[in-house]
Structures are given as structure tokens and as C-alpha cells.
Design a binder for this molecule. Structure first.
Ligand code: SAM
Ligand code: SF4
Length: 466
């Protein structure tokens, strides 16, 4: 048994990161059995679930969307805010109930929540029917843990700085767009954020391995890759190779894969060369997700974000000036401990200045073990909810404004599939990452097509394939 440890998770030593080739061969011993996989949280978790899916399907399990039909339930969890916790523990209740009638059911919990000391303690004491707890550093141990499952709780969570695993296999959700990890972990330690503790130190993959993966995806017919990292602009800084994110972006662009995106960019490490490359290469999409978090310098300082409102604005305007038609989205937190009304108004002010194409907005959620969670907060939840509402109204107004600018124009849309609610309609994304519901033939799925935009709403566009 290995239990998580916050002190270990916080450590950053000069220990060399190992780049290890995985070699996992699995037999389909569970043929005829079914798995139920539920993913919470960010793109990183969605991509990790593609690795988990590979292991489950290689062991012979087939997918079910019905919890009651499952022989194994895997919950890939998120720790970023308290409501993510609540959802998982709520779901566990259903699993417990099911296990009472289905004794051989295996219940496994992975992801960022498994890396938290208090969560694992709670699972140990209050949820003994959970069979397997695995962490973000050892997803590849899951098959072994499943094969050894014997009704005794097995917890294998490592709070290490972490290594880089290569040769990871994925059963990807899509045949059109693919996630590509370029780095793991984070060393920014924003004071409110749990990620540096749950995901370990920043570890970049080698450039040639990433390019090799993208080339393979292109050969398989993928139209789009999204380069993934908590902080992609800092790519390469932890390697002694002399290359950075701009070098990687250029090498990936030269593979000629039709579309390249990347998330997430921290304003701190955004270089001019990166901006020039986004402008230069047609297959690097004119879309940047650039979290600001707050528009007030004092709050930004308390958050440990390392830039001022003015510096963010300068970068924002530089990207807007250099990259034609670029869309920029952001993340914003309201109600950081003791944020005053006037500090919140600075956030509204930057939204008014930037007129973001869209924004993910959150109420600050204290995360145990982070520096911000130790600050005594005097602002009520009611007040924070009011601020969030006000912020969302403003953000939505600008999203609608940005979308309306697309009206009657022709956009290039990568068609991903049929609309969930209306299977006669298709959906896809513009190069600027705007969702479009498209009238057109199903044969267009997987292709980048010209679409005339006929209607604009706050969160999507309507259009007709030409
Ligand atoms: N690495 C990315 C960055 O720095 O921009 C984002 C990672 S995090 C998964 C996504 C977003 O969650 C953050 O940008 C932040 O707005 C939000 N977030 C992180 N910790 C939070 C907390 N304790 N409470 C509320 N929102 C939080
Ligand atoms: Fe969290 Fe900050 Fe790292 Fe993003 S950059 S993952 S917000 S610590």
C-alpha cells in the first residue's frame, strides 16, 4: 500500500527525471465483461481516460454507459474545486448500492482526488468497498491492480515528483481530433491551485517523441492535434536540450497536420516568437486560451500569478495585433479570499477591455494544503455568487458580440459529428474554436469545410455547409 503525502508532493529536488518506455502486454482475460468509465475535470483527465480505456479494453472489457451493467467501474477524478469532490462522493454512493447486489463488482478510483491525503483517508475509513485507488503517476499500474483485485482495498498512490512515460497506448475517443501530452505537472504553484501537488513537477517530453506521435496521428488520418500541458509555454525549460515551446510548435507545424491547438498558456512564459509562429503557420490555429484569473494587481500577487494587469493587457494586445482574426479566451476566479468590491471591479474592467471571445469563470474554492486555503476569508458565499453572476453577464455579452461578428461570413469548420439533440444537424469547430451547428451531409464528418454562418448565439453559431 502506498498513501499520498502532501510534503512529498510539494518537494522539487534536482533529481533527474527518467524517460521510461512502457512495455505493457495484456491478455483479454475479462472477455464478455463490461466497464463503466466516468471522467471528471480537465482535458488532461479526458486524455488520461483514453489511456485507462486502452488498458480496460486490452483486458477484454467492453464499454457500457449503464452503471448497473458494469463489472468494473472506474472514476477518473478531479480535485480542482470542492464541487468536483462532491460529485465523485455522490457517485460512490450509487456504486456502493450496486456492490451490495453485485459482489464481484470492482470499483476503482484514479485521478487528482486520489492524490489527496484527506480523500484517501476518507476512502479508507468510510468507503471500504472501493477496491482500487491509483494515482496520476501510476495509471499504468491499473491493469496489474485489476488482475490482483481480491476484495481487499488496494491503494497505490505515489506523491513523487514524477517521471515521463513514453510508449503509452491510448484508445482515443475520436478519430478526428487527438490530445497529445507535451509535458506533465506544474511548477508555478499559484497559491490557490492543487495541481502542482496532484500532478508533480514539470516534466517535458522530448521533442522528437512528440513530433513522432503527431506524424503517426497524421498518417492515421487525424485532422487536429491539441498539445496538452498545464503550462505549455514553459515546455522544455526543465530539459537540457536547448529547445522551447516555439521550437516544438514549429516542428509540429512542419508535420503538416491540418490543425494544431495548444492548452493552456500561462501569460508569464508567452514569447514573441510563439506569437510570430501562430501568425506564420496556417495550421497553427488562431486561438489562444490565456487565463487571467483576476484583473487586480494585489489579488494577482496574492495568487502568485507573476504578472500585472498591465502586463497581461500588453501581451493580449500584442497577440491581437500580430495574429489576424485571433480569438482569445480566458479563465477567471472570483472571490479569492478577502477580494474587495473594487478589486472585483478591476476584473470587470479587464473583461471590458479585452472583450474575450469566451471565459470559464469560477468561484474560488479553498484546496487543502495550498497557501491560499490558510487565509481567513471574510467574503460570504452569497456575495461571491453575486459577483460570479455579474461577471457571467458581462462575459456572455462579449461572447455574443464576438460571435455576431461571424454572421454572414464563411468559416472553415472541422466537422466532428452529428448534433446530440438533432442527428440531422452536424457540429464542428471553426479555426478560432467556435462551436458551429451545421446543416450539411453526414459525409462531411472528419473534413474541414466552408460554412456560411447564418445565426450567432452566446455559446454557438449556426451555419450551412457550402
Ligand atoms: N494551468 C492552467 C493555468 O494556469 O491557466 C489551468 C489549470 S486549472 C485545471 C483550470 C482553471 O481552474 C484555472 O485556470 C483556474 O481558473 C481554475 N482554478 C484552479 N484552482 C482553483 C480554485 N482553487 N478555485 C477556483 N478555481 C480554480
Ligand atoms: Fe495551477 Fe497555476 Fe499551475 Fe495552472 S499554472 S496548473 S493554475 S499552479
Amino acid at each position: 500500500m502506498n498513501l499520498p503525502d502532501m510534503i512529498e508532493a510539494r518537494k522539487r529536488t534536482s533529481k533527474r527525471v527518467e524517460h521510461i518506455d512502457l512495455d505493457i502486454n495484456l491478455k483479454d482475460v475479462f472477455k464478455g465483461k463490461k466497464y463503466f468509465l466516468r471522467t471528471y475535470g480537465c482535458q488532461m483527465n479526458v486524455h488520461d481516460s483514453e489511456e485507462i480505456r486502452y488498458y480496460l479494453e486490452s483486458l477484454g472489457y467492453t464499454n457500457t454507459e449503464e452503471l448497473e451493467a458494469a463489472d468494473i467501474v472506474v472514476l477518473n477524478t478531479c480535485a480542482i474545486r470542492e464541487n468536483a469532490h462532491d460529485k465523485v462522493f455522490g457517485y460512490l454512493g450509487r456504486c456502493k448500492h450496486l456492490k451490495q447486489t453485485k459482489k464481484d463488482l470492482i470499483i476503482a478510483i484514479g485521478g487528482c482526488m486520489s492524490q489527496e491525503v484527506s480523500v484517501v483517508e476518507e476512502i479508507k475509513t468510510k468507503h471500504p468497498y472501493v477496491d482500487i485507488v491509483f494515482g496520476t503517476h501510476n495509471i499504468h499500474d491499473l491493469p496489474k491492480m485489476i488482475l490482483n483485485a481480491n476484495h481487499k482495498q488496494d491503494i497505490e498512490v505515489f506523491s513523487c515528483e514524477g517521471d515521463v512515460y513514453e510508449n503509452i497506448k491510448y484508445n482515443r475517443d475520436s478519430k478526428i481530433t487527438a490530445w497529445v501530452n507535451i509535458m506533465y505537472g506544474c511548477d508555478k504553484f499559484c497559491t490557490y491551485c492543487i495541481v502542482p501537488y496532484t500532478r508533480g513537477k514539470q516534466r517535458s517530453r522530448k521533442l522528437d517523441k512528440i513530433v513522432e506521435e503527431v506524424k503517426k496521428l497524421k498518417e492515421e488520418g487525424y485532422q487536429e492535434v491539441t498539445l496538452l500541458g498545464q503550462n505549455v509555454n514553459a515546455y522544455g525549460k526543465d530539459l537540457d536540450e536547448g529547445y522551447d515551446f516555439a521550437d516544438l510548435l514549429e516542428s509540429v507545424a512542419k508535420t503538416n497536420i491540418p490543425r494544431i491547438r495548444f492548452v493552456t498558456s500561462h501569460p508569464w512564459d508567452f514569447t514573441d516568437r510563439m506569437i510570430d509562429l501562430i501568425a506564420k503557420y496556417e495550421n497553427v490555429m488562431p486561438y489562444v486560451h490565456l487565463p487571467i484569473q483576476s484583473g487586480n494587481d494585489h489579488i494577482l500577487k496574492l495568487m502568485g500569478r507573476r504578472y500585472t494587469k498591465e502586463e497581461y493587457l500588453t501581451l493580449f494586445n500584442k497577440i491581437k495585433d500580430k495574429v489576424k482574426g485571433v480569438s482569445i479566451t480566458t479563465d477567471i476566479i472570483v472571490g479569492f479570499p478577502n477580494e474587495t468590491e473594487s478589486e472585483f471591479e478591476d476584473t470587470l474592467d479587464i473583461v471590458n477591455k479585452c472583450k474575450f471571445d469566451s471565459a470559464f469563470t469560477f468561484i474560488y474554492s479553498p484546496r487543502e494544503g495550498t497557501p491560499a486555503s490558510k487565509i481567513k476569508d471574510t467574503i460570504s458565499l452569497e456575495e461571491k455568487e453575486k459577483r460570479l453572476y455579474k461577471l457571467n453577464e458581462l462575459v456572455n455579452k462579449y461572447s455574443l458580440e464576438a460571435n455576431k461578428k461571424c454572421l454572414d461570413k464563411v468559416a472553415k469548420v472541422l466537422i466532428l459529428g452529428t448534433n446530440e439533440k438533432d442527428d440531422k444537424k452536424l457540429y464542428g469547430y471553426t479555426d478560432t474554436m467556435k462551436l458551429v451547428n451545421v446543416t450539411g451531409d453526414k459525409s462531411l464528418i472528419g473534413r474541414i469545410v466552408d460554412v456560411k454562418i447564418t445565426d450567432a448565439k452566446s455559446f454557438s453559431l449556426d451555419g450551412k455547409a457550402l
